[in-house]
Design a protein around this ligand. Structure first.
Ligand code: ZN
Length: 407
């Protein structure tokens, strides 16, 4: 019989947009996992800790050092379970949770749909390392800023009336400004020369602030984004003029569908996605690193199209017996996320899931009883939990846990 509750050791990548040294929650959580020799270097940015079996940054069994993938391969029926294997047609984890620590804007991006991902993977497996789609959720651990989806058409149309932006409008004016007109605007902004972007942003900065109506954040953010990348970066125009700018608080969450445009700007988040790493980038990155603008604009989806549509509102989880757990259920099948918050002395029981889970403790101290054993819980403790295991949490000091699961 395989142990169904497996404590993990996870690793962090060092993308340049990550937070520096111990300012990065992803790095501090990694360093607090017991028994690792990971030491934070204060001069290195730490961006993402991955928890799962994606080969680029896999997780390991803390006790034995085995790759979690090898354990799952050997015991997939016990750990993943028949239900999930049948549902997805493979014997692997269908999701990938991460902790992200963001100091500056991530590339302006979208994750292509399944059909395009399969095509791209076949043509260029080095860049597109799997044939899957990658819808994702981002759950704020504290203040979190993000650009997500498009503003309502009437808002975009109003901003485009500002003199410096008229050049991006379609030549032939249709009676209505619709999603096709918006696609033209996004494409024209992405194709604009470095010089044109600089001139446009300079001209926007010279306008009186009142001209931006409720969107006065636009002139405020131009210098900030220009400092992070360059004032010639096309992402500045697309993000500020066409996309929703969200300022979220701890516990808020957004959902990004396949083909959905997004760029995270700052904060620490728990992210979870379908098992994929496919991405098309067009801005907030060097020009040489950008993918085809035509491909990017041709697969854009126009959902979400306002702030509320971007939000993923939690509800009480019916798996949680003490009612101290919120469920974030995106409109897709690869995973749900649970957020459990317990004050000193409180407890919670999560009933057995008919599929695999990955849980990370992000705050506090306590214990977890599962599969006949008691495990210590503390910041940076991460567990894989196989199918069919009821989990009982006891908090001695303000516990916070996030659990991605599928069934
Ligand atoms: Zn993304």
């Amino acid at each position: 019989m395989v142990e169904k509750v497996i404590q993990l050791r996870c690793e962090c990548n060092q993308y340049p947009w990550g937070k520096q040294g111990s300012k990065s929650i992803s790095a501090t959580l990694c360093s607090k996992t017991p028994g690792t020799n990971f030491k934070i270097d204060e001069n290195t940015p730490y961006a993402e800790m991955w928890m799962g079996t994606y080969p680029e940054l896999p997780s390991y069994v803390l006790e034995t050092g085995e790759n979690l993938q090898d354990v799952i391969d050997e015991h997939s029926h016990d750990l993943i379970g028949r239900n999930v294997i049948q549902k997805f047609g493979h014997k692997n984890l269908p999701f990938l949770p991460k902790v992200l620590s963001i100091a500056k804007a991530l590339p302006l991006q979208l994750h292509p749909n399944k059909a395009l991902s399969a095509k791209l993977h076949e043509k260029n497996p080095n860049q597109f390392t799997d044939p899957n789609h990658k819808p994702e959720i981002a759950l704020a651990l504290g203040d979190f800023e993000a650009f997500c989806g498009f503003k309502p058409l009437e808002d975009i149309k109003r901003i485009l009336e500002l003199a410096p932006l008229q050049a991006f409008l379609p030549d032939i004016k249709k009676p209505d400004f619709d999603d096709q007109s918006l696609k033209h605007v996004v494409r024209t902004m992405l194709l604009a020369s470095a010089d044109a972007v600089k001139k446009t942003t300079d001209a926007l900065l010279e306008l009186p602030k009142e001209q931006f109506g409720k969107d006065t954040y636009i002139p405020d953010l131009i210098p900030r984004l220009a400092k992070q990348y360059d004032q010639t970066d096309n992402g500045i125009l697309v993000a500020l003029i066409t996309m929703n700018y969200l300022q979220l608080k701890a516990g808020d969450s957004i959902y990004i569908p396949a083909d959905g445009i997004h760029a995270y700007l700052s904060g620490d988040i728990i992210e979870c996605m379908a098992r994929s790493n496919n991405v098309l980038n067009t801005g907030f990155c060097p020009r040489a690193d950008r993918d085809s603008i035509d491909m990017f604009t041709s697969c854009l989806t126009f959902s979400p199209h306002n702030v509320e549509e971007s939000m993923l509102r939690p509800k009480q989880s019916d798996k949680a017996k003490s009612g101290k757990t919120q469920l974030y259920a995106p409109p897709m099948s690869e995973f749900n996320m649970l957020a459990t918050e317990l004050k000193d002395g409180e407890d919670e029981t999560i009933s057995a899931v008919d599929g695999p889970s990955i849980m990370i403790c992000t705050k506090g101290e306590g214990t977890m009883k599962a599969d006949g054993k008691e495990h210590k819980l503390s910041e940076g403790y991460i567990f894989f939990i196989g199918r069919g295991v009821e989990v009982q949490y006891n908090s001695t000091k303000g516990l916070q846990m996030y659990t991605a699961y599928v069934e």
